[in-house]
Design a protein around this ligand. Structure first.
Ligand code: ATP
Length: 234
């Protein structure tokens, strides 16, 4: 039971962006994928979600290979994008129902969980709202709620801490900690190391499309000669 990215190379229509990326996530592990703008973090995620064609390598989750069994693979993955993706014509309630259908969740139990999550993010009185009525931060919260509702084995989170109010950040951190206790795997990209440090056990640094080093934040700071007060992105 783990996520294994092996010798992954890929990018966009013939342009190689990531090269020989190797990354393993064990159950109960949160991995932070960091790196400068343009390092290839989002491209790696797009490969993991099956949105881009791999040029080389393999991705497997719990021994299910993405290339050989994409539908089974995708059912084990939930995604919180940096920019919320919602269906303009569906209400929040309908988005929740769609997740229940897609991930084959038992309805009664799923609705109990959906109400808990909506309450946590103050969305419980907005079930009939359409995306157009939500602010950007509220849309991000909807993405968080739907992703955690899915109860998938692997949670992929792109830049989770930007644009959220402090209460939502704290709630998200609590949900990630709860997911860890349930042996879920989490991959997050982030530039905000202070919050990430609370939940991330292993950071992997992408540099020019290749993972240059994996380790704790201290090990990474040492490798790059950064002081604890320095931001990684400087
Ligand atoms: P950021 O921190 O800014 O989000 P990132 O690490 O997520 O950066 P990517 O978005 O993966 O970086 O971009 C990696 C490289 O791929 C960059 O050189 C970028 O120009 C290129 N790239 C990204 N999207 C496309 C695309 N749709 N077509 C062609 N090249 C792209």
């Amino acid at each position: 039971m783990s996520l294994k990215i092996q010798n992954l190379s890929g990018g966009y229509a013939g342009i190689k962006v990531i090269k020989d990326v190797n990354l393993t996530i064990e159950p109960g592990q949160v991995v932070g994928l960091i790196g400068l703008n343009g390092a290839g973090k989002s491209t790696t995620i797009k490969h993991l979600l099956g949105l881009l064609r791999m040029q080389k390598g393999s991705i497997s989750l719990n021994d299910v290979k993405l290339m050989q069994n994409p539908s089974e693979f995708k059912k084990m993955v939930a995604y919180i994008p940096e920019t919320p993706i919602l269906y303009p014509e569906l209400t929040l309630k309908e988005h929740l129902e769609l997740v229940m259908l897609t991930y084959g969740l038992e309805k009664k139990q799923a609705w109990k969980r959906a109400h808990e999550l909506c309450q946590m993010f103050r969305l419980d009185n907005k079930l009939d709202w359409l995306p157009i009525n939500f602010s950007k931060g509220m849309k991000q919260k909807v993405m968080i709620v739907t992703a955690f509702l899915a109860n998938a084995d692997l949670l992929v989170i792109d830049e989770p801490f930007t644009g959220l109010d402090p209460l939502a950040v704290a709630n998200l951190i609590d949900l990630i900690k709860e997911a860890v206790k349930q042996n879920k795997m989490v991959l997050m990209t982030t530039h905000v190391l202070a919050e990430a440090q609370e939940v991330v056990q292993k950071f992997a640094v992408l540099n020019g499309g290749t993972i240059q080093i994996e380790g704790s934040l201290d090990e990474i700071r040492k490798f790059y000669g950064l002081k604890p007060t320095d931001s990684f992105d400087r």
